[in-house]
Design a protein around this ligand. Structure first.
Ligand code: HEM
Length: 127
């Protein structure tokens, strides 16, 4: 039995990222006041992807526990995604967009996509 993450799950994750980045860039271009529907799409896909990834990783960690590198990759990715959610929450609640939150909400999504890709690669490579 294969113990790694499946190709289909990697593709679904990539699909989530496409929707998140397209809607995020849309929000950025549009500026305040943000369209409620676009924020909702952006938020739901962000949270949906996080739940999806947690479930996928819990699933494969049942077939064989995560190794040290895999565990560290999951924790780093989780923290970056959490940071993106927190700064995104600040931006959607703020009257005037705080420049620090705006800068962080560019850096953290970029870092989280790289970190997610590395994590999925590690999990895919499992025997
Ligand atoms: C669930 C909580 C989130 C909320 C409420 C949220 C909210 C927002 C808002 C309001 C903007 C527009 C920012 C601006 O005008 O500067 C934005 C942009 C963006 N968001 Fe989020 N976001 C969330 C989570 C995420 C996550 C998890 C990611 C990716 C991992 C992400 C990726 C992006 C990207 C790439 C942009 C475009 C940034 C730019 O080009 O300036 N967001 N988000």
């Amino acid at each position: 039995m294969k113990m790694g993450i499946s190709q289909i799950k990697i593709m679904v994750t990539a699909g989530f990222f496409v929707v998140i980045f397209v809607s995020g860039y849309w929000l950025y271009r549009e500026g305040q006041p943000f369209t409620e529907r676009m924020i909702t799409v952006h938020k739901l896909f962000s949270l949906g992807m996080i739940v999806y990834l947690v479930m996928a990783i819990l699933g494969i960690s049942k077939t064989a526990p995560l190794g040290q590198a895999e565990l560290i990759a999951c924790i780093v990715t989780g923290m970056l995604l959490l940071g993106a959610v927190i700064t995104g929450g600040v931006l959607s609640a703020a009257k005037n967009l705080p420049p620090l939150a705006q800068a962080l909400h560019k850096a953290l999504p970029a870092l989280s996509i790289l970190s997610t890709a590395a994590t999925l690669y590690l999990l895919y490579r499992r025997p």
